[in-house]
Design a protein around this ligand. Structure first.
Ligand SMILES: [Zn+2]
Ligand SMILES: [Zn+2]
Length: 294
């Protein structure tokens, strides 16, 4: 196989363009797409990377660290730790050491969250808790944005799933590679450095750079909707390589152009952090866990 860009040996397949590329051009392709996201972040701001230890968050942080100086971005990293996967904590520690950035371990047990030993229950806890604690840490410690490892395959899935469930609110307000901070609502902005690269691109990047990562597979995997919809979308891309990039791009543009009016955000009656209802999902979850333990 020849590289799509040069005469060198093509050793890595890039699904979104349907071509083989050499290592040098893969790295160039990957960083260019991450750059496309980071240049939309306000110059000179600071970003807290939420790291699970999985390949996506590791790739997002590492690639961003190579570009951050260009936009005078300050970066730090945090792992929301449940006590269940010490190998992921190891990955996190060695990565922040290597990059020489601030690395914070947020232990959910310090927040009164006892993760149930049943992996299925643990899974429900982790999404809500991680999102809440990362935002809260960022807001309280002067970070403007929280970055996550969501990639193009995740975004295509979110878009498709929101369309078939007619949940347009998420698409209107959050479906973008960068959303700006709302300090009045104690809401950090969101950055998704891998918005334009595929799941496999992230895996290839981590391999190419010799970065350690851990398996963070959700125990629900294979049972939930993602397991049905993601392979279906991947199949569409296999036939028409640029299709998922175009799909995500189209939804993003449509969402931006439609004007849904003001976004309704309240502050939680218990903790003062943003929610769409009266009490936020984190506080409700904490109450529920208390009942279970009592
Ligand atoms: Zn090449
Ligand atoms: Zn709350």
């Amino acid at each position: 196989m020849r590289c799509h860009y040069c005469q060198g040996e093509g050793t890595i397949f890039v699904e979104n363009i349907g071509e083989w590329v050499c290592e040098k051009h893969f790295e160039r392709y990957f960083l260019k797409r991450v750059d496309r996201v980071l240049r939309r972040v306000r110059r000179g701001s600071s970003i807290l990377f939420g790291i699970s230890g999985g390949k996506d968050s590791v790739a997002a942080l590492h690639a961003s660290s190579l570009i951050a100086h260009k936009y005078e971005l300050k970066i730090g990293a945090a792992i929301v730790y449940t006590g269940l996967a010490p190998e992921c904590l190891e990955v996190f520690r060695s990565l922040v050491d290597e990059l020489n950035i601030e690395g914070i371990v947020i232990d959910v047990r310090d927040w009164g969250i006892i993760v149930p030993p049943d992996p299925l229950a643990a899974c429900i806890v982790c999404g809500v808790v991680t999102r809440y604690l990362l935002n809260r840490y960022a807001v309280e410690n002067g970070y403007d944005y929280v970055a996550t490892g969501h990639n193009l395959d995740d975004m295509a899935y979110f878009a498709f799933n929101n369309l078939i469930t007619h949940s347009l609110n998420y698409l209107y307000h959050q479906f973008d590679s960068v959303t700006q901070p709302l300090p009045d609502y104690k809401m950090a902005g969101k950055v998704k450095p891998l918005f334009w690269v595929s799941d496999n691109d992230a895996l290839n990047y981590v391999k190419l750079k010799g970065l350690k990562s851990c398996i963070t597979k959700c125990p629900h995997e294979g049972r939930d909707k993602q397991a049905i919809l993601k392979p279906m979308l991947a199949d569409v891309r296999k036939r028409w390589p640029p299709s998922l990039v175009n799909f995500v791009s189209s939804i993003r543009e449509l969402a931006k152009r439609s004007s849904p009016g003001e976004r309704r955000i309240n502050l939680c009656e218990k903790c003062g952090y943003p929610t769409s209802g009266k009490v936020c999902a984190f506080c409700r979850l904490r109450e529920k866990l208390k009942e279970v333990i009592d």
